[in-house]
Design a protein around this ligand. Sequence first.
Ligand code: GDP
Length: 480
Amino acid sequence: EVITVQELANRMAERGGDVVKSLMRMGVMATITQSIDADTAELVVAEFGHKVKRVAESDVEIGLRGDEDEAEHLQPRPPVVTIMGHVDHGKTSLLDALRHTNVVSGEAGGITQHIGAYQVQVASGQRVTFIDTPGHAAFTEMRARGANTTDIVVLVVAANDGVMPQTVEAIRHARAAGVPIIVAINKIDLPDAKPERVRTELLQHEIVVEEMGGETLDVPVSAKTREGLDKLVETILLQAEVLDLKANPDRPAEGSVIEAKLERGRGSVATVLIQRGTVKVGDIFVAGGEWGRVRALLDDRGQNLKSAGPAQPVEVLGLNGTPLAGDDFVVVDSEGRAREITEFRTRKRREASHVATARGSLEQMFEKIREGEAKELPVIIKGDVQGSVEAIAGSLEKVAGDNLEVKVRVLHSAVGAITESDVTLAASTGAMLIGFNVRANPQAREMAKRDGVEIRYYSIIYNVIDDVKAALTGLLAPKM
Ligand code: GDP
C-alpha cells in the first residue's frame, strides 16, 4: 500500500470519485481514503492517460524545498542573528536593549510584543533580524529539525565572569552549525570588568579576536548603559557583508517556524522567519504537519502587513493546527497539495510512534496492567501552551513513584487541539488521551466515538495528576 486514492487523484489533478470509478472498473473496491499498491496505482495512472513516474514515498515532498534560485534573482537580505552565552551573562538584557536600538522615526514608540523574533533598523536603512529566544536549546532544537535559520551567532561573555561552561557549549554549537561568531563582551560598566581576560580565555577555545591577531570580531558592550550597542550592530552588518547574504524575494515563500502557540480568539499562531520568497495574505501553506491559508500577517509591533520577504519575522494567522518550533513553512499552490503533504507527514509520524505498544483500547490496557502483562500506562497529552504540556508530561512521568509497579509513559505531547492522528494513536496503543485546556476537533470527536476512544479534558494540572494516580492505584488495588 503506497498511496491513498485521494493522494493519487490529487497528484493527477483528477477527481477522487473518477479514480474510485476507474478502480471499480478494474475490479478494485477502494474508497477515497483507502490505500492501493504501486502496481494498481500505475494502472490507474495509465488509464487516465498520464505518464507514470514511480517515485519513492518521500518524493511527495520533493519540490517543496531544495530548488536553487538563479543568481540573477538573488537580492541582498538582512542577517539573522542568534544570541548565545552562559546563563546570567546578559543574553536577555542584550536582546531587550538591542530591540530599542530602533532609531527610525515614526517607528519609535510603537508597542512591541514578543513574537520570538524581531527586526532592528539602523539609520542607514539596513536591517538586522534577531531571534528572540535566547539559549542553546532553541538554536540546537531548530537545527535538529533541519532549520538553519541563523547566519551569525553573537556570543555574550560577561566581562566580570569570563568564559564559563555554557560559553564553551555555545562555541561548540556555533561551530557545528558552521556559523560565524561575534563576541560581545558584556557588563563592561562593572568595576570588576576584565575584557582582556575574556579575550585570553577565548584563546583556549580557538577563538582568536582581531586584537590578538585573529579574525573573530569582538565588541565590548553594556546592556545596562547601552554602551557599545551601536558598534555591535555595525559589526553584525560588517560580518553580514562578508557573508554576502542573498535571497530571491520573487517566489513563493519558504521559511521556518520560530514559535507557535494556540491563542484564545486567534487560533493557532506561528511566528515564521521567511528565508526566501515573499508570503502574502491569502497564500496557502504547509507548516510541519499542519497547513492553512494566511488570514493575516503581523510584525513584531502587532501591525498588519500585506506581505513579508526574506529575513523578515512575521506572525502568521490562519493555521489549522499548531506546528512546532523548527518546522518548515512552505507556500504551496493549492489546498490539495497542502493536504497531500500534511497527510503524508501525519502518516509518517503515526507510523513512527506506532512501534511503541500492541493494539488495544484503554480498557484493554487497564486489563493488561491488572494482569501484570503491561507495566506502563501510555498517555497522550495535548495542551494550549508548551509550558503546561511540559509540566504535565514531567509530573506524570514521576507519578509512578517508587512503590508503584506501573509507570506512565508519555507517547506524545504537543500544543494544539486533539486531532484525528491523536485519536488514531490512542486507539492503536490503548493510551489515555488528555486534553488540557483544548478540545478535540469535530473529526477527532467523531472518530473517538466510533473507535471507542475516551478523551479526558482538564483545566487544572493537579486534576490530571490525581486522575492518573487514581487510575494506576486503582489498577493495583485488586492485587490482594
Ligand atoms: P541571561 O541569563 O544571559 O539572559 O542574562 P540576563 O539578561 O537575564 O542578565 C542577568 C543579570 O545580569 C541581570 O540581573 C541583568 O540585569 C544583569 N546584566 C545584564 N547585562 C548587564 C550589563 O551590561 N551590566 C550590568 N551591570 N548588569 C547586566
